[in-house]
Structures are given as C-alpha cells and as structure tokens.
Design a protein around this ligand. Structure first.
Ligand SMILES: [Zn+2]
Length: 426
C-alpha cells in the first residue's frame, strides 16, 4: 500500500491521551484501515538508569510500533524511536534508553489500550474482547495477570456492609464447590474472595483474615442455608452481627421441592394420558418451568387444564405462592415466625409430602430465615444483592481455578470504575 501523508489531519499528543510526546507525522494507507502516528519524546534529557545523572546523547534504540486506541474506527499504531544516552559517570559508560509512562518497551500495546481492553472485559469474555478488538487471545488474557491482584487488598476497603457467603460449582452440574465471599455497600456488590471448597475450616481461615476494624463494619452476614457457613460466621464474628438466610436461598429450596413434585406428577400423567392429550399440556408445562410465583389471568387459563388433571400440583403451587407472599410482606420476625408455623401446619395437613425435606430446613434455621425480616426492615437489605451474586455465579462456569475466578469477578465488579476512560492519566 502507498502511504499518504495527511497534512490536514492535525492530531496532537493531547488528543491521543499521551503525555511527554509531540506528534511528528500522521500516515494512513490507501485502504485507510490503519493510522500510523509517529511521536517523539519532548523532554530531551535521559537520566542514567544507574546513577540518575544526565547522560550524553548516544544513539537510537529500535523503532517501536505500539497498538493504541483505535481512532475513527481504524487500527491506530504509535511509532516511536527511543533515544539512548551514555553515562559519563558510571564505569563502562552504561547506556540508558529513554522511557515514557504510557508504554512498556517489551509490550505490543500502549497502556491506554490495555486499560481499554480491561474495561471491555467487564461482564464479557477474553475470547469476545480479543475478537472485537482484533488483539490475540493470550495478549488479552495476560493483561488480567498483569493488572489484577490475585487476592483482595483489604487496605482498599473502607467498610463491608452486608457480607455474603454463597456456594457455587465451577462447572454447570458439577459438584466441586467453591465459596464466593462478597460484600455489599449501598447497592453495590463487590467480590472479597473465592475460597476453595465449602468446608467450615477453609471459610474460617478466610474470614479471620478480615482485619478487625473492617469486621466492625459488617452489618449482617447473608449466607446459604448450610451449617458450615453458619457456624464459621458464628465462630469468627461478634454475636451481635445477625446471620441471615436470604429469601432467595430459601426460595431455591422450596422451588426445588416443587420441581420434584412437577416431575413426578408429569411422569404419572404421561403414563395415564394419550400422546395427544399429554402433548396438549405442553404450553402449561412450559409455563410452570418458568418458575414464576404469580400467574396472570391469561397464564392461569393456560395452566388450568394441567392443574385440573393434577390437583396435587395445583396445591403445591398454591403453597409455594403463599410462602413467597410471606416473604413479600413487610412484617416483623415474630409475625413471620407465626405465619411460617401456620404455613407448615397447612402444608402438612393434606397428602402432599414434597415439602417434607424443606420443612425440616425451615424449622432448624428458623432464626436465620426470619432474620431476613429484620435485615430488610432495618438495613435496607434488598433483593438486588442476590440477583447480583446470581450474575456473578453465572460468570464462574468454565473458569479453571479460584484465583482466576477471583480476578475475573474483580474485573466485573470494579473494572468499570478502575479502567474507565480518563481515570488514569498517561
Ligand atoms: Zn550513571
């Protein structure tokens, strides 16, 4: 391609976001898919890398071509030939190559582009960012290790607010668990740590690392209904910090009971009905799979044929909706306890045993479950917490180890702020 000099294009170093350089030359090729900008360092003195004294001009280093932020949608290359200086003070006359803070000589990208790629990585994947930016996969992946710490730096945190402990499996359907520890201030959920497994001892080990002054800023701990977590929190934290089983943890359990009921009832119906009759129920089955608590009038008419064939299923859904209704009400823990006891009695009355296992959990974790009602009334505890964690969890699938997982979640939760354009001056 023939290069053409563009005299009318007046690009300044300021516009490029690069300090301590001036633009010498801007070239675009005929197909105009690439812009090459030659720059030169404005400060002439090069302090010796050994003694810091000014050096005498010596020669030039090799020409560097660095990918920069795309301009006008075109791939943009910054060219610079670093000068070298020779020291008159140091033995052997050591040479020093000039440096600038917006690139590393052994990298192929400018730092503003690296920050931009990390920004793009928020809630995205390395593969996606690599493809869209046309930067190879390993270059993008390596940025994570260079820029993102492998464990939390407690000194960067002022307060923890609501602490969350959740178990997750790294691969969908697999049973190798890790523990996700998050914290929520106002409405923002951030990652604190990822712990291997979900054993109490591992969790305790992590929780003990939280500095004492930060432990004092914990207003509540919200965790999965799991003895290991509950007991770890009780051992480490002050008794005054309430431990809460969030309604979503509870809901997950009673919805699971409902799913089991649905499967067994459908199996019976499939055996009893003709293929056509069963096929006619498909819209109703699809609707039940959506795990909704409430049906619109239109949806009710869709599920009604199925419910009339299986009164048990209808009853199961009614009880599930009732329980969700209790969680929806703004009531005190005492009133919640009463309502739940009544619910348990009602469910136990008919020949409906799908909730038996769940009821055991409801009884043994009654305190933590009803603590939800204190938390939501006093500390503005909202459902957003778990929805956010749910999004984080989905991001965990396919990541190979806890360190990598922590780094990716850190990018997701703070990358928007840390790598936003203009946050760092180069
Ligand atoms: Zn020197």
């Amino acid at each position: 391609m023939f290069g053409s000099r563009s005299d009318s294009l007046n690009i300044t170093a300021e516009l490029l976001g690069l300090s301590d350089v001036k633009v010498n030359d801007v070239r675009t090729n005929l197909s105009a898919r690439e812009i090459t900008i030659s720059v030169e360092r404005t400060r002439k003195n090069i302090p010796c890398r050994q003694c810091g004294e000014p050096t005498k001009p010596h020669d030039m280093g090799r020409k560097l071509r660095l990918r920069h932020l795309p301009m006008f949608g075109k791939e943009t290359i910054i060219e610079i030939i670093p000068r070298r200086g020779r020291c008159e003070h140091c033995d052997g006359g050591s040479t020093t190559t000039e440096t600038l803070n917006w690139y590393d000589a052994n990298r192929k990208l400018t730092k503003p582009l690296e920050h931009h790629l990390l920004f793009e990585l928020v809630n995205s994947t390395v593969a996606d960012v690599s493809r869209k930016a046309d930067v190879d996969y390993h270059t993008v992946d390596a940025l994570i290790n260079r820029y993102i710490e492998t464990e939390i730096d407690f000194s960067t945190i002022k307060a923890l607010g609501v602490l969350g402990l959740d178990e997750i499996s790294m691969k969908k359907g697999y049973r190798d668990f890790v523990t996700l520890i998050t914290y929520r201030i106002d409405d923002k959920v951030s990652i604190l740590g990822v712990v291997e497994g979900r054993e109490k001892s591992n969790v305790i080990q992590f929780l003990r690392r939280i500095p004492h002054h930060l432990q004092k800023t914990i207003s509540a701990v919200c965790c999965d209904l799991y003895d290991g977590y509950m007991n770890a929190c009780k051992e480490v934290f002050d008794k005054t910090i309430p431990i809460i089983a969030d309604r979503f943890h509870v809901r997950r359990l009673y919805r699971k009971s409902l799913v089991n009921l649905r499967k067994s009832e459908l199996k019976k119906l499939k055996a009893a009905l003709t293929a056509q009759e069963y096929s006619d129920l498909k819209p109703a089955i699809a609707l039940l799979r959506k795990q909704k608590d409430h049906f619109t009038d239109e949806e009710k008419s869709v599920v009604e044929p199925l419910f009339s064939l299986s009164p048990k299923l209808k009853q199961g859904y009614q009880f599930s909706r009732e329980l969700s209704g209790i969680f929806d009400s703004h009531i005190t823990p005492e009133v919640a306890k009463e309502k739940m006891t009544k619910w348990i009695n009602n469910v136990s009355a008919p020949e409906l045993n799908c909730f038996n296992q769940f009821i055991k959990t409801l009884v043994s974790y009654q305190e933590q479950i009803t603590n939800y009602f204190i938390a939501r009334n006093t500390s503005g505890f909202v459902e957003g917490f778990n929805n956010r964690v749910k999004v984080l969890k989905r991001r965990c699938y396919g990541l190979s180890n806890t360190t990598k997982l922590f780094q990716r979640l850190l990018v997701d939760t703070m990358g928007m702020v840390r790598f936003a354009p203009g946050v760092t001056a180069f």
